[in-house]
Design a binder for this molecule. Structure first.
Ligand SMILES: [Zn+2]
Ligand SMILES: [Zn+2]
Length: 372
């Protein structure tokens, strides 16, 4: 039994034990009651890590060598790209296809970012999309900024998160050798790639101190990238407008997009999760999309999925909040009658919903495998 199985077993044991004040926003199983239980080991652990990271920031600004500063930014940037392009747009949402070495690179970089193993990352993110901002969402933003940002990692999971999490389809992931390798050896890989490699390279190649290596290249860099990632779950579910779908919490947040490599166009992303751009056509501040486009030009990525302007427009008019930069409130009020010539409505986005498509493909592959 490996570490993850142990975690799942422990979760199952604690399942349904909680009692106390009922939580009211659960549309799925009202018989559950839930009381917040703080996991003090995690809470104190995160506090210590953040204090260490602040000290790392101080060292970054005052005593680390210029090469170390550049190296820290490079490791932070590249590992963050592997989270946005790899963990998120490639593995969780399957928005494009790519060469095997690209997958391996993404798993490598995701390990450097130190955001738990991909298997759990993907399960939690698929769960987040399926049950966004309900009790079954691991970082349910209706519980506020702190909970959706980091608090969710400091309390015992809501029973619905565990229950619904077990039902998330991960068969495509279980067939991926890179993700399963990372899952099997996660602790050792984390120690080597997320901690030792970033601190030892500056020590060996330009004689930086290991002290600076640990606090700057490991702790400060890792906690910074983690917080930028968490902002997508917190700020991008709370502060911004909703041009595409008004009745959900995710919003368009330009600051999260700027610092989060293009992941802050979150109302769009939750409206079209299968779109490789995770934002609308022509949207600025989307470095991840630029990188995927570059990979495609080199022939390393293909089959990118995206919504057409007509699909986007149809969605904006039917469900947006009227703040869209192009399609005006007048168009929405008259049901889209005043559309510009040549732009047709397209209803196919409902059929293209990524989960159904992926499940169908997985079922086909399983049948094929059984035949073979
Ligand atoms: Zn979200
Ligand atoms: Zn997503």
């Amino acid at each position: 039994m490996d570490i993850l199985d142990k975690e799942l077993a422990a979760e199952a044991k604690n399942d349904r034990k909680d009692g106390g004040s009922p939580e009211t926003n659960d549309p799925h199983k009202p018989e559950y009651v839930y009381r917040r239980q703080i996991v003090w080991f995690n809470a104190i652990g995160f506090l210590v890590l953040h204090l260490g990271a602040l000290y790392g920031l101080y060292l970054f600004l005052t005593s680390s060598m210029v090469l170390t500063m550049l190296w820290t930014l490079l490791v932070a940037g590249l590992s963050a790209f592997c989270v946005t392009m790899g963990a998120h747009r490639l593995y969780t949402h399957r928005t494009f296809k790519c060469k095997d070495w690209v997958k391996a690179l993404m798993v490598f970089g995701h390990t450097v970012a130190g955001q738990n193993c991909l298997y759990i990352w993907i399960r939690d993110h698929r769960l987040h999309h399926k049950y966004s901002d309900t009790v079954a969402d691991p970082h349910n933003a209706s519980r506020g900024f702190f909970f959706s940002h980091i608090g969710w990692l400091m309390v015992r999971k809501h029973p619905e998160v565990i229950e619904k999490g077990k039902k998330i389809d991960l068969t495509d992931i279980e067939m991926d050798p890179y993700v399963m390798f990372q899952k099997k050896y996660y602790k050792i890989l984390f120690t080597i790639l997320a901690m030792l490699m970033p601190m030892v390279v500056p020590f060996v190649f330009w004689q930086e101190t290991l002290w600076n290596g640990f606090f700057v290249c490991f702790l400060f860099r890792l906690i910074t990238v983690l917080n930028l990632t968490w902002l997508v779950n917190s700020a991008a579910h709370l502060y911004g407008n909703k041009p595409f779908t008004n009745d959900i919490m995710p919003v368009e947040n330009v600051y999260v997009s700027m610092f989060g490599l293009g992941e802050g166009w979150h109302n769009y992303h939750h409206s079209f999760p299968w779109d490789y751009r995770a934002s609308e056509f022509g949207q600025y501040f989307n470095l991840t999309t630029m990188l995927i486009d570059f990979f495609e030009e080199m022939g390393w990525v293909w089959d990118k999925k995206y919504a057409t302007p007509a699909m986007v427009r149809s969605r904006v008019i039917k469900r947006g909040d009227g703040t869209h930069w192009k399609y005006s409130l007048t168009q929405m009020k008259d049901g889209g009658e005043s559309r510009e010539p040549g732009v047709e409505d397209d209803e196919t986005y409902e059929e293209l919903f990524w989960l159904e498509e992926r499940s169908a493909k997985t079922a086909e592959r399983v049948v094929e495998a059984q035949k073979g």
